[in-house]
Design a protein around this ligand. Structure first.
Ligand SMILES: C[S@@+](CC[C@H](N)C(=O)[O-])C[C@H]1O[C@@H](n2cnc3c(N)ncnc32)[C@H](O)[C@@H]1O
Length: 243
């Protein structure tokens, strides 16, 4: 990293061993590490993933940026802009700034909005990103399910929003990957069955991957329909694969 540079770093899904070599080098080279949290008194998951590789260099500053857990667009935009400006101010001081984000920076990450704002408001500022391992691919490796093969099509669906398009997507894709909040996964079962997804399709749920609380369950769509609550947390993934 060079002085006066901002790098968005994907730290992967939770296991520090899944940080890339490039991510580790950039984290160690940074003067300022910035990381997201849902409130000032809440831990940053991205920071906890990177912590084991941080060598505690003297003078390395750690700054938590607060993003409220809300769907209110105005509140979100205000947080993206405020936090983007906080990062830009550090870069303008000549610091090497690393912004940590879970998984990959270009999939459902606060990084997307902040780098967009900075590129618009501070043209010429050195901004780049280091990809990270996407949570869904880590999960695929754990449960031994291919995300796609041959001519298959994949849909990635954020579960905490309107799920009304799931039936239509399920008719067109062989694999469906649901992210963003396992508390909605129960609702998906009926939609998939109505779309004609066979009951012997793979239905795999992961929660808190890469942590001590990790849950990994692989069943069929028919087995999932027995009414059990599948996942209880935001940090959950569901992969469904047509039989
Ligand atoms: C805001 S999105 C971030 C996605 C991330 N950028 C990626 O590439 O995986 C957060 C969602 O990612 C998924 N996720 C990320 N890390 C996870 C983990 N360690 N265990 C389970 N789900 C995870 C969950 O679906 C969670 O709701």
């Amino acid at each position: 990293m060079a002085a006066g540079e901002l790098v968005g770093i994907g730290v992967g899904p939770g296991d520090p061993d899944l940080l890339t070599v490039k991510a580790v080098k950039a984290i160690r080279a940074a003067d300022t590490i910035m990381c997201p949290a849902s409130a000032e008194d809440r831990p940053s998951i991205a920071l906890s993933v990177a912590a084991p590789v941080m060598d505690g260099s003297a003078g390395q500053e750690i700054v938590k940026l607060v993003f409220p857990m809300t769907k209110d667009r105005g509140a979100l935009e205000a947080a993206w802009e405020r936090n983007a400006e906080a990062m830009a101010a550090k870069v303008a001081e000549g610091r090497r700034v690393a912004y940590l984000t879970v998984g990959d920076p270009h999939l459902y990450s606060t990084w997307i909005y902040m780098q967009r704002h900075i590129r618009r408001s501070h043209p010429g500022m050195a901004v780049s990103a280091i990809p990270g391992i996407v949570s869904a691919f880590t999960f695929a490796a754990k449960v031994g399910v291919s995300i796609a093969e041959g001519a298959e099509k994949v849909a990635i669906i954020p579960s905490c929003y309107d799920l009304s398009s799931v039936e239509e997507l399920a008719r067109r894709a062989e694999s469906l990957v649901f992210l963003k909040d396992g508390r909605y996964f129960d609702q998906v079962i009926g939609l998939l069955r109505r779309s004609g997804f066979p009951d012997d399709s793979v239905f795999a749920v992961g929660q808190d991957l890469g942590t001590d609380a990790e849950v990994v369950r692989r069943m069929t769509l028919g087995e999932a329909a027995d009414g059990r609550s599948l996942a209880t947390k935001y940090f959950s993934i569901l992969v469904v694969k047509r039989a």
